[in-house]
Design a binder for this molecule. Structure first.
Ligand code: NAD
Length: 549
């Protein structure tokens, strides 16, 4: 059967209530905007919305018929059963891809995945929170902006940014670079992904070869024009070729799926078809070739760094893979979280999002106005909303992301719920956030690298976060751990709320959004960060302080 992947809008209910309907629309949405929906893959090479099609269909059928007093239990993308809870309990709870410590290896993951026992939910795929490449757009833009402030007197105009990967998340890079004013070159091995980003307007132009790409970049730099140029090629070839020519970009990063040697990173010298075949025919050879290419790729990034470029890892585990392949100093490249975003996380500020379940972009425009009205002094958010409303295309259900902190998210959530109640929006709105948020993720090579107290690999925080979200009445709560190449590297938690205009939604929003960010501030305060201790004091959080109790 050929499936259609479309979003549902309007006010018609197919379920017994908006909480179930909202979650169903979000599940449809992650497939509609996902990278390979026929295989249920949403992003990051293997991040899936459900274990398989029968599991997906059972989830859909259950959401359509279940009562509000029930909770649907999902284990690694497979619905296990319905349990009687109560109206204040989550509609869905999930645990995706959590393997016991010493067993949490990529080899076990692939074997159990093949046997249909497990699937990886990425961060926002398995719990239906993905909103297309916009989900990481502001984060990438803020990183570029911080680099501009620190190193380039506030602007990336006339600066050359080099990156690779135009997939689900990496596809945000060209627009983020352009919004920051840069001339950005994006290397991508799959021509179809370049075409897609041209069609959506995220890329301005595709170059036929490296010479043409460099010409386009140089022209944009000379004119001070923001421009995004795509180049079909392998980053493991293009980056070293630039080093050999003595070209030094101003900023270098990468967002290929380097975390996954089997399903993600394409080694140099292999066609996409050859890679597909080798996955089953000779996975060891494929993974060895991917590692060898990543080594060359990262060695080139280190060479750019030595020549003065600002180089950073954008959360794809490329340094870890390179180090395993023998690049002893791969971690000379800093991770984006520690380098640019930690001061925000200390204040509970992170990637919060909302999605118009009406499928009406006017709802997002009204909420844009509200955000600017509510937080006029928040320079980062006001600037972002102004940019986003002009430049961010609608993908699937209209959505918006904004980095908001403790108290701000709750204020916005309650104000939007009131607008739904008063009929000022066409339908309810879903609130969620990336798992990459202050209290919600342990990932010692990405989110929690070099924490001040050495607590990098301690996964208690996301587990506490999920439990607290259940206790605070979130509508969906999920605990995810890494799959594929991320196996054994991370644990994170996600939560979703449906603002349906009801008084119960007011209660859920106030509790869940407040407690979610409060725990985030406490996590960093506990690790001894002054910014977090200040924030905890300023917001009168009942935190007991770092060190022994
Ligand atoms: P994706 O699988 O959808 O896209 C990866 C892209 O890289 C594909 O288009 C692929 O063709 C391309 N690619 C692979 N090998 C290449 C090579 N050698 N040269 C050039 N192009 C190559 O993945 P995604 O969703 O875009 O995520 C990319 C990476 O970023 C993943 O590792 C993911 O986990 C990570 N990520 C980071 C953040 C963050 O907050 N920084 C957020 C989400 C994802």
């Amino acid at each position: 059967m050929r499936r259609r992947f479309a979003v549902t809008g309007g006010t018609g209910l197919r379920c017994k209530g908006w909480r179930q309907e909202g979650l169903l629309r979000l599940l449809e949405n992650v497939l509609a905007v996902g990278e390979d929906p026929d295989n249920l893959v949403v992003y990051a090479a293997l991040g899936k919305a459900a274990r398989d099609w029968p599991a997906h269909d059972r989830i859909v059928a259950t959401l359509r018929t279940m009562d509000e007093e029930d909770t649907l239990v999902v284990q690694s993308g497979k619905p296990i059963g319905l349990l009687r809870t109560h109206r204040r309990a989550p509609i869905v709870v999930m645990a995706n891809c959590n393997m016991v410590g010493r067993w949490a290896t990529a080899e076990n993951f692939y074997e159990w995945e093949q046997r249909g026992l497990i699937c990886w939910g990425g961060l926002t795929a398995g719990d239906w929170q993905y909103i297309g490449s916009q989900g990481v757009l502001q984060g990438t833009y803020e990183i570029f902006s911080r680099i501009a402030e620190r190193h380039f007197r506030g602007s990336l105009a006339r600066r050359f940014v080099l990156t690779a990967g135009l997939g689900g998340m990496g596809g945000a890079q060209p627009l983020a670079g352009r919004l920051a004013g840069a001339a950005i070159l994006c290397v991508e091995i799959d021509e179809a992904r370049i075409r897609k980003r041209l069609q959506t307007g995220q890329l301005d132009v595709a170059a036929a070869d490296l010479d043409q790409a460099l010409d386009a970049i140089r022209q944009a730099q000379a004119a001070g024009a923001a421009r995004a140029v795509g180049l079909c090629g392998n980053a493991a070839d293009v980056y070293p070729a630039l080093v050999a020519r003595g070209v030094v970009p101003d900023v270098v990063t990468d967002q290929t799926s380097a975390h996954d040697l089997l399903y993600g990173y394409v080694p140099s010298g292999f066609t996409l078809d050859a890679v597909r075949e080798l996955r089953t025919a000779d996975p060891q050879r494929l993974m060895a070739a991917a590692t060898a290419s990543i080594v060359r790729h990262v060695e080139a990034m280190l060479a750019f760094q030595r020549a003065g470029a600002i180089v950073f890892d954008n959360g794809n585990l490329i340094r870890t893979q390179a180090k395993a392949g023998g690049v002893a100093n791969a971690f000379d490249i800093p991770i984006f979280t520690e380098a640019f975003l930690r001061p925000l996380f200390c204040r509970g500020i992170g990637p919060f999002r909302w999605i118009a379940l009406s499928n009406d972009p006017a709802d997002i425009r009204r909420i844009d106005d509200l955000v600017v009205e509510l937080f006029p002094a928040n320079r980062i958010v006001v600037n972002w909303i102004e940019l986003a409303r002009r430049h961010v295309p609608v993908e699937g259900l209209p959505a918006r992301i904004a980095w908001l902190g403790h108290g701000e998210r709750t204020a916005l959530g309650l104000a939007v719920n009131r607008m739904v109640r008063e009929g000022k929006l066409a339908a309810p709105v879903a609130f969620t956030r990336d798992h990459l948020d202050a209290g919600a993720m342990a990932h010692p090579n990405i989110m929690t690298e070099r924490m001040r107290d050495g607590s990098d690999a301690i996964a208690d925080w996301p587990l506490l976060n999920a439990m607290l979200n259940c206790a605070s009445q979130a509508d969906l709560v999920a605990i995810h751990s890494g799959g594929g190449g991320y196996s054994g590297f991370m644990t994170s938690a996600g939560a979703t709320l449906i603002a349906d205009g009801s008084a119960q939604a007011d209660e859920r929003i106030a509790l869940a959004l407040d407690n979610d960010t409060a725990l985030g501030v406490m996590r960093y305060a506990d690790a001894g960060y002054e910014d977090a201790l200040d924030e905890a004091a300023a917001k009168a959080l009942r935190h007991f302080g770092p060190g022994p109790p």
